[in-house]
Write a protein that binds this ligand. Structure first.
Ligand SMILES: Cc1cc2nc3c(=O)[nH]c(=O)nc-3n(C[C@H](O)[C@H](O)[C@H](O)COP(=O)(O)OP(=O)(O)OC[C@H]3O[C@@H](n4cnc5c(N)ncnc54)[C@H](O)[C@@H]3O)c2cc1C
Length: 428
């Protein structure tokens, strides 16, 4: 008999939810998390769409450590000396169906782990799973901290840099063009100052994404999220492209923080946290198999993450996948069949849910970003020049708008504009 019904590797977003579902179903479950405490090693920019959390914990709002409800969205095209910004605020952003909140992982992850523990999951922190035990071609446990622990099913929720998925399901390690490097600072400021600067009511917040000079014209973008009394600010840049940048990413972040379009938001703040992490960018087509004999993958270990430029989503996908993984593993245990076939309901459940459907819908987006460098260099400058032609008045006679804008479009090439627009529409 195995030591546990199930072992969950990793307690970020997917892991604790999977463990919660298994424990709720009456299964013995051990969670192994390499961080000394949950959240110690985890990073996100910081906006969680809460629909997935609500599906697992309907009363989450009573105790989850949410920062601010996002009621204002901004997207800026950044030229080195200018920002062209689209802003949206909408009463529907406060509707519980669409709600999203800023979060800090150092607070969210322990809360998620607490839910799993309260349901009966056992936790071991501060130990990494080094490898999987294989018996008769199937996963039958883990090796961690010099011990071997067996289980009928192992759930790999160990995130983007999984060292275990190659052994489990033959996954290949993502290439540098399939992952991005994320770097982030948390900057403390008084809550009222943040509300005033973000033009938000107390408790409400701003999600702001940036394209262009944020990453020095490289493939990627910047983000800024307002928390209760801090601002999360950072960059996400494709690793292969960044490797060719003469400017290292930490310097790009320094320059981004000083950009006139950004600096006023964080002025006078104190940096209290620095972090860095990889982000999966490869999209649906690079996902590994989600099940093997005795094993399931949930969250970014299976590259479940969507970076669509205007939004980054990995946490809601990981939570929903963790829920389905836990439920499918519990059903397979009940049926006494944890082979790949017995666990196959997991893939079907994800195909029926937004997780795989959204990944599929946006499957072309990673290639669009990579193959459209004008998005990060020329277009932000084009937007700046167009705004200049509209808003800069110095007393010299103005020219008709078409005569001002057409030469700007010609700088990029009208045909290039049409092609990129068409490509973008097909990718989204
Ligand atoms: C800079 C940045 C900005 C982002 N912004 C957003 C955003 O705004 N919104 C959003 O939804 N998503 C965002 N994401 C993506 C999001 O953070 C991830 O998609 C999400 O955290 C994935 O959850 P997960 O549970 O799969 O993995 P993780 O949260 O990475 O958790 C994996 C866990 O496994 C543990 N682990 C790893 N290996 C082992 C091992 N061998 N043994 C034991 N434990 C192990 C790790 O310590 C970790 O706790 C961002 C990511 C980054 C880096």
């Amino acid at each position: 008999m195995a030591d546990f019904d199930a072992i969950v590797v990793g307690s970020g977003c997917a892991g604790p939810v999977a463990a919660y579902e298994l424990a709720k179903a009456g299964r013995s479950v051990l969670v192994v998390e390499r961080g000394n405490y949950c959240g110690a090693k985890n990073v996100s920019g910081g906006r969680l769409y809460t629909h997935a959390l609500r599906a697992v914990f309907p009363d989450f709002a009573e105790s989850a450590p949410l920062e601010r409800r996002v009621t204002r969205e901004r997207i800026s095209l950044l030229a080195p000396d200018a920002a062209t910004t689209l802003e949206a605020s909408d009463a529907l952003m406060s509707d519980e169906r669409y709600e999203s909140y800023t979060v800090l992982r150092a607070r969210l992850d322990p809360w998620l782990a607490g839910q799993a523990e309260q349901a009966g999951a056992e936790y071991v922190n501060g130990i990494a799973v080094e490898s999987l035990i294989m018996a008769d071609g199937r996963v039958s446990g883990v090796r961690a901290g010099g011990d071997e622990i067996s289980a009928d099913v192992v759930l790999l929720c160990d995130g983007v840099n999984s060292l275990l998925t190659p052994q489990a399901v033959g996954a290949t390690v993502p290439r540098p063009d399939q992952v991005a490097v994320g770097i982030k600072q948390v900057i403390e400021l008084p809550a009222q100052v943040i509300s005033d600067r973000a033009l938000c009511a107390p408790g409400d917040g701003l999600a702001w994404l940036f394209v262009g000079a944020a990453t020095g014209g490289r493939v990627g973008g910047g983000f800024l999220y307002t928390n209760v009394d801090s601002i999360s600010i950072g960059l996400v840049a494709t690793a292969s492209d960044l490797a060719e940048s003469p400017v290292p990413i930490y310097q790009l972040l320094e320059e981004f923080n000083q950009h006139p379009g950004v600096a006023a938001m964080i002025a006078g703040g104190k940096v209290v946290e620095h972090s860095g992490h990889l982000v999966a960018e490869a999209g649906y087509d690079a996902m590994p198999p989600l099940v093997g004999d005795g094993v399931l993958l949930a969250g970014e270990s299976a590259l479940m993450c969507i970076n669509a430029g205007y939004t980054v989503r990995g946490m809601d996908l990981a939570i929903a996948a963790g829920q389905q993984a836990g439920r499918s593993a519990a059903a397979a245990l009940e049926a006494g069949d944890t082979s790949a076939a017995g666990l196959g309901g997991y893939r079907t459940a994800l195909e029926d849910s937004f997780v795989l459907q959204d990944m599929k819908t946006l499957r072309r987006f990673p290639h669009f970003m990579e193959s459209t460098p004008r998005m990060f260099g020329q277009y932000p400058k084009l937007a700046r020049d167009a705004m200049r032609s509209l808003f800069l008045v110095d007393g010299t006679p103005i020219r008709p708008m078409r005569k001002q804008l057409l030469p700007l479009a010609k700088q990029v090439g009208v045909w290039n504009l049409v092609k990129d627009l068409n490509k973008g529409m097909r990718a989204l």
